[in-house]
Structures are given as structure tokens and as C-alpha cells.
Design a protein around this ligand. Structure first.
Ligand code: 6PG
Length: 236
């Protein structure tokens, strides 16, 4: 489903309301809400919005469990670190118990970090039919998502949950399509004219060669939250 907003401010408010509602509805029937945060720069404003009123008051933060979609293998205090961005914008400002926040390790070799994260996911989801309640994703102007870049040799892996991968943008740890496609709700948050052309091809094209097109929830929902600029070429 496509949700197009006039500008970034209205998009972030609209998505913050939508997420608040989803969390509230889910927590009526579940003890915890499992949320995957996206990296990159686009979601920073959304995280800051969620850390502000009225969302900070409305969301039952202590019942959230936080994961990441991917991580750059740089130290936590490096400004390129996705977890660092989320802490500064949101997690330092709300009360989620530390044991419920699962950062991807960046101070061990990539393969060890991927193995560790896989174990974390197994603890939560091994015996479950559905992974996360909500997965937030971004997309690059080359159609990459998570740390799944075009022409990567791991794109054909449709069984792994987490992989370490050396990409053109450096060493990464990334969720793979399998857990995302077996989650409850997946949201792409995409803004700006630079992504407009690829967004049209990803959503409306039949090319099926972009990594973002690997995200096809089996039973869950797929939502695209964009501003008018990114939606320029969409036939909506
Ligand atoms: C990352 C992200 C990546 C991101 C896109 C878009 O670690 O970089 O997970 O998939 O979502 O690259 O990034 P921007 O939001 O900065 O355009």
C-alpha cells in the first residue's frame, strides 16, 4: 500500500501516527512489540518525531523490543553507525529496557557478529511463524535495501536470517529477505527526487532485479511511505 505525503514533515508525522496506532493495536494482544529500525539518514527525523510529544507519551516504550535491519561495521561512536543514530535521535530519550535493545555487534569480526545476531533472532523467533511486528526499511537510489546491494552474491540466499557481507560501502551485517518477508508489517520510508525514478521501477516495473524487490511479505503487509518528490513518477 502506498502512502504519499506532500512533504517530509507531513510524512514523518503521518508515519509516526501510523506506527503509534500499530503498536497500540498490537499490544492489545501481545506482551511485546518487536521493531526493526532502519539505518541510513532518512529515518532520523522519524525517530526524532517518535521521541517527541505526543508520541513519547503515547507509546508503551517499555514493551518494545528493538532490532536493526543492518549495521555498518564501524565502532558505535562512529557517526556512520546506524545504532548510534537511533540512540541519539530516539533511544536515549525513551524508556526501553537496555536488555530489549539488540544492537548488531561491530567490535568483533563480521562473521562472528552475524552468528551472534542469528542466535538472538533464534531466541525470539525459532518456534514462531512470524518474525517481527514491524520492519522499517530505507532504499538507496540504486534500489538497494538493508545492506543488499545490486549484483551482490548473497541476493540469491533465500534461507539465511542474517549475513555478513563486504559491500562497496564497506563491511556490513544485514538481515536477509527471509525474516523480513515473514514479518507482520514492512514499511519502506523513502523521500526525495533522487529516488523517484528507481522507486517507480521497483514498485511498478517488472525488472525484478533491484534488491528492494526481494522484499515481498509472504503473509504480512507491505507499505510504502513517501513524500511527493519520491512519488513523482508513480501512477497513483
Ligand atoms: C544503511 C541502510 C540502507 C539505507 C539506504 C537509504 O545502513 O545505509 O540500511 O539500506 O536505508 O541506504 O539510506 P538514506 O536514508 O541515507 O538515503
Amino acid at each position: 500500500m502506498l502512502h504519499i505525503y506532500k512533504n517530509i514533515e507531513e510524512l514523518n508525522t503521518g508515519l509516526a501516527n501510523w506506527i503509534t496506532e500499530l503498536i497500540s493495536k498490537t499490544l492489545e494482544v501481545k506482551e511485546h512489540f518487536t521493531l526493526v529500525l532502519s539505518g541510513g539518514s532518512t529515518p532520523k527525523k522519524l525517530y526524532e518525531t517518535l521521541a517527541s510529544e505526543p508520541y513519547r507519551e503515547k507509546i508503551k516504550w517499555e514493551r518494545l523490543i528493538i532490532f536493526w535491519g543492518d549495521e555498518r561495521m564501524v565502532p558505535f561512536d562512529d557517526e556512520q553507525n546506524n545504532a548510534r543514530m537511533a540512540y541519539k535521535a530516539l533511544l536515549e530519550k525513551v524508556s526501553i529496557p537496555e536488555k530489549q535493545i539488540h544492537k548488531m555487534w561491530t567490535d568483533v569480526p563480521p562473521e562472528k557478529s552475524a552468528e551472534h545476531y542469528n542466535k538472538i533472532l533464534q531466541q525470539y523467533f525459532e518456534s514462531k511463524s512470524t518474525f517481527f511486528d514491524l520492519v522499517l526499511l530505507g532504499m538507496g537510489d540504486d534500489g538497494h535495501t538493508l545492506s543488499l546491494f545490486p549484483d551482490s552474491e548473497i541476493l540469491t540466499d533465500d534461507t539465511s536470517w542474517v549475513r555478513a557481507i563486504n559491500t562497496k560501502k564497506g563491511e556490513r551485517i544485514t538481515l536477509m529477505p527471509f525474516p523480513v518477508n515473514n514479518s507482520g508489517v514492512v514499511v519502506f520510508l523513502i523521500t526525495g527526487t533522487a529516488k523517484a525514478k528507481v522507486l517507480k521501477e521497483v514498485i511498478e516495473g517488472h525488472n525484478n532485479s533491484y534488491p528492494a524487490q526481494l522484499i515481498k511479505p509472504v503473509n504480512g503487509e507491505l507499505h510504502w511511505f513517501t513524500d511527493a518528490e519520491a512519488a513523482t513518477y508513480l501512477s497513483h
